[in-house]
Write a protein that binds this ligand. Structure first.
Ligand code: MN
Length: 488
């Protein structure tokens, strides 16, 4: 993918200055990656170029796309973050640094739900600037699109990680288009037999519904036109494979796969909220709704911001169809999530002037404050666990969950009690640090130790935030005191 192709793929008018920065980033990455190749045998630069293109189509922010071009440079080449900072400034360097950090996180024990939860939270929390996560998601999307070139064991590891960490985050950010693609691509690799089964069933269900769908579509068109209701389009949306797979796991569907009523749903797009409700009224007048099926996500949006009216009606032959009604803006938001929100805020459609970082912070907080729909994968992403917890990494990429204000002392005792008793110092993000320093979100912490237990001071107790570390230290201090008093 050449630079001009990347730009051409993004439906956005960049200024000459912005284009200049993007082209410099492309050239910089190309030189830095030199003769490196992808597993596909292509020049390495094709990867960051595709990532930039994928990201730009969702989110045409110049600094983010610049960082997308550069995202693998510090980790995979001899060009450092410092070089990037000198060339592209602090903002871009911070984005690249965030992506590099997230790249170090590894999904080890995916059978431990607690660990998974911590991992997802780490992702969200580390990205104090959500743009970091958008770049990382675009990176993963391109890696999934080209996964056939990777060895089978590695394919599996990447697919599991995608399904359990990346897709839920895309969902949480409301980016439906990315979530769907990440899920369906990894589902096929994680469980090929099941995928095959679901795909065949999917085909059968769609085929069996097509005729009734076409008939009802005509009927809906006529109904809305007769009542003079303005709408932009009526279309069908076909359920995604992974989504069908999950639905089939729910009680009531397991042994009755043909029961899935929303394999094809109608989507009616309007220009205003009033038209949404008007359309709903007209449809309910003409077609009997299925009891309990109506959901008003316009008045009560889902935690990720999703808005739409959902209803299920009976057609003339007693078949059921789900109908989703939303405005074009809501549709845009459902596909692009937080990126669309950012875009509208930036392009001045919202009058309130908020700084970019501030709006991200508010956005995150808003999600955290929501109680959450129990069906949401990340329903546990709640405020309490966020505002006062940090997520830091061991040198192996394991995630350690600590309270805000925790120090390397807490970290050491959390990893292993013995590590605490033998600790002489700490490195934070590769640099020497004091064991009394406060850790920050996403820090990578390494504990330095000796062979013999160290003598602790009361300062340790003052700097420990976790009750676990404090107990251990108190105990050790009392032992030390006794030992010293015995020696007198
Ligand atoms: Mn990459």
């Amino acid at each position: 993918m050449k630079f001009q192709d990347v730009i051409a793929s993004i439906p956005h008018q960049f200024t000459e200055e912005e284009k200049g920065q993007l082209e410099r980033a492309y050239e910089f990455a190309k030189v830095a990656h030199g003769s490196q190749l992808r597993s596909s045998g292509e020049e390495y630069i094709t990867h960051p170029s595709h990532v930039a293109s994928i990201l730009g189509q969702l989110f045409p922010d110049t600094d983010s796309i610049t960082a997308a071009f550069l995202h693998d440079v510090p980790e995979d080449t001899s060009t450092s973050l410092e070089n990037i900072k000198n060339e592209f400034g602090e903002k871009v360097a911070e984005l690249v640094d965030g992506v590099t950090k997230l790249g170090k996180v590894r999904l080890h024990s995916h059978n431990d739900p607690q660990y998974l939860e911590n991992l997802r939270k780490l992702f969200v929390a580390t990205s104090r600037d959500v743009r970091v996560m958008l770049i990382k998601l675009a990176d993963r999307l391109h890696n999934m699109r080209t996964i056939e070139f990777v060895k089978p064991e590695k394919q599996r590891r990447i697919a599991i990680e995608t399904l359990e960490v990346y897709a839920p985050i895309a969902s949480r950010l409301g980016i439906g288009a990315w979530k769907d693609e990440l899920e369906d691509r990894s589902f096929r690799i994680v469980d090929p037999e099941r995928w095959e089964h679901v795909r065949n069933l999917h085909q059968r269900l769609v085929d069996s519904r097509q005729e009734a769908f076409d008939a009802l579509k005509q009927n809906l068109n006529a109904t809305l036109s007769d009542q003079n209701i303005t709408f932009n389009s009526i279309s069908g949306r076909v359920k995604k494979l992974y989504s069908l797979h999950k639905k089939l796991q729910k009680p009531g569907y397991k042994d009755n796969e043909n029961k899935v009523a929303d394999i094809i749903a109608f989507r009616i797009i309007t220009s205003s909220i009033a038209d949404c409700y008007a359309a709903l009224g007209a449809i309910h007048q003409k077609f009997q709704p299925a009891a309990g099926s109506f959901k008003d996500y316009i008045s009560l949006p889902k935690p990720n911001g999703y808005q739409s009216l959902h209803t299920t009606v009976f057609d003339d032959n007693g078949g059921q169809f789900e109908i989703q009604i939303r405005t074009d803006l809501m549709h845009e938001q459902a596909e692009r999530g937080v990126a669309a929100h950012w875009f509208y805020t930036q392009s001045g459609k919202q009058s309130k002037k908020v700084s970019q970082d501030q709006s991200w912070a508010n956005e995150l907080r808003a999600w955290q404050e929501h109680e959450g729909d129990p069906d949401e994968l990340l329903e546990t992403l709640k405020l309490d666990l966020f505002s006062d917890r940090i997520f830091v990494l061991t040198p192996n990429g394991d995630v350690i969950n600590l309270p805000l204000g925790a120090t390397p002392i807490d970290f050491a005792f959390r990893v292993h009690s013995d590590l605490g008793f033998y600790m002489t110092g700490a490195k934070i993000n590769g640099k020497m640090a004091s064991i009394y320093d406060e850790l920050e979100q996403g820090d990578m912490v390494e504990i330095l130790k000796t062979k013999n237990p160290v003598k602790m001071s009361r300062d340790w107790l003052l700097s420990a935030k976790t009750s676990h570390a404090r107990q251990q230290i108190k105990h050790a201090l009392s032992q030390q005191t006794r030992w010293f008093s015995l020696r007198k």
